[in-house]
Design a protein around this ligand. Sequence first.
Ligand SMILES: NC(=O)c1ccc[n+]([C@@H]2O[C@H](COP(=O)([O-])OP(=O)(O)OC[C@H]3O[C@@H](n4cnc5c(N)ncnc54)[C@H](O)[C@@H]3O)[C@@H](O)[C@H]2O)c1
Length: 449
Amino acid sequence: MKLTVIGTGYVGLVTGACLAEMGNAVTCVDVDEQKIARLREGILPIYEPGLETIVTENQKQGRLRFATSLADPGAEAPVYMIAVGTPPGEDGSADLQYVLAVARDIGRRISQYTVVLDKSTVPVGTAERVAGVIRGELQQRGLSVDFDVVSNPEFLKEGDAVQDFMRPDRIIIGSDSERAREVLRELYAPFMRTHERIIFMGVRDAEMTKYAANSMLATKISFMNEIAGLCDRMGVDVENVRLGIGSDSRIGYSFIYPGAGYGGSCFPKDVRALIQMARQTGFEPMLLNAVEARNHAQQRVLYQKILQHFGPQLAGRSFGLWGLSFKPGTDDMREAPSTVLLRDLIASGARVKAYDPAALEVARRDLPRTWFESGQLQLVEQQYDALKGADALVLITEWKPFRHPDFTLVKTLMKSPIVFDGRNQYDPAQLRGLGFTHIGIGRGGEAIT
Ligand SMILES: NC(=O)c1ccc[n+]([C@@H]2O[C@H](COP(=O)([O-])OP(=O)(O)OC[C@H]3O[C@@H](n4cnc5c(N)ncnc54)[C@H](O)[C@@H]3O)[C@@H](O)[C@H]2O)c1
């Protein structure tokens, strides 16, 4: 099948590459000309395991091509997938300017039956707005062309995106049009080898499903972080509680890891967007408000623990930071808890040496210039270099190389053997046995006042 994916970010590039891998002829379009030029040379704009191989191979085979505009002669297709960003607007609601710009562009070009898929995460009612914009453009052109706008939210996880796309838990198709459903049944058939995974529903239902899924996961995380806060104050080890409740199949082990708060380009913005959607209907989302508030507080818990340990004077102190990306397996630093901690540490006069296996380039590009110019933030290329002369190690992203480090070496490098374990990766007893002070999240006996 011939199709065009618009937006070549984390979602669009993975979508385009995986659909090309299944034999489709895919054009990926992005307005970022530099990104497209680099992609044509096989240089990926993001770090995502396994993606480079399929992009390179499919480009070589001519199944995957890149363009900077829908005006590109090869970009006309019976299926358009919108995968542009929907960043938070000032009030937290999703900013639809990019989605609607693409809709206008599509309306200016189509001349035969077309299926338009919203893959971006968009508020309930957006497909209707996209259809309205396309209809308006067609009217201006004096044309009557059939088309369907379908909600097809994406559930891939950064770090596992290729695997998730190739073996999805489910594919949500929101459309009442049997004609569109037929096209999408065919498109997604190669991903259904073991069993049917498409769930058909109404377009608004599909739009809500995406927000409900991310908000549910964010709720689990915030719930566990709240329990961890209690555990810290009550001499309880949250890791035992986690095992105790995760073993209940109704609860399960996933998304109940206490930590430094959730971040990334999805959970924070999607929870906020759902809050805004609720308020626009006059319904106060009490639970979602709490999920969001807990996460804000949680992103500052490590800093509070640092203050509690060292006192309010951090000027002259030096911290080794392991992890910058919002989670392992990606270079994405959007709303990463690391940036909140860095902001607090730097504002209080501390110095930080930070290492991340994938996000150093993004950090160099996106973090404030002044942090580097003042010498307060230094990025290092080797994980142990972050610890030289450090007053403490702060682990904030649980990348695999951080899970089982050489603590004997760690101890020799640091000024004082203190570990703030923001992801509960280490055994406190073992670290204490090695002469470290270990401060985790909700491990009990570390009350914050
Ligand atoms: N990142 C994720 O893990 C993930 C997972 C599921 C859903 N989503 C949703 O998917 C959408 C895209 O997310 P992302 O992380 O891939 O975004 P991104 O910021 O990585 O990429 C968006 C791309 O769209 C391009 N773009 C903007 N306007 C354009 C236009 N008019 N024409 C062509 N290209 C244009 C930008 O240049 C950018 O390259 C968002 O709605 C997001 O919420 C993201």
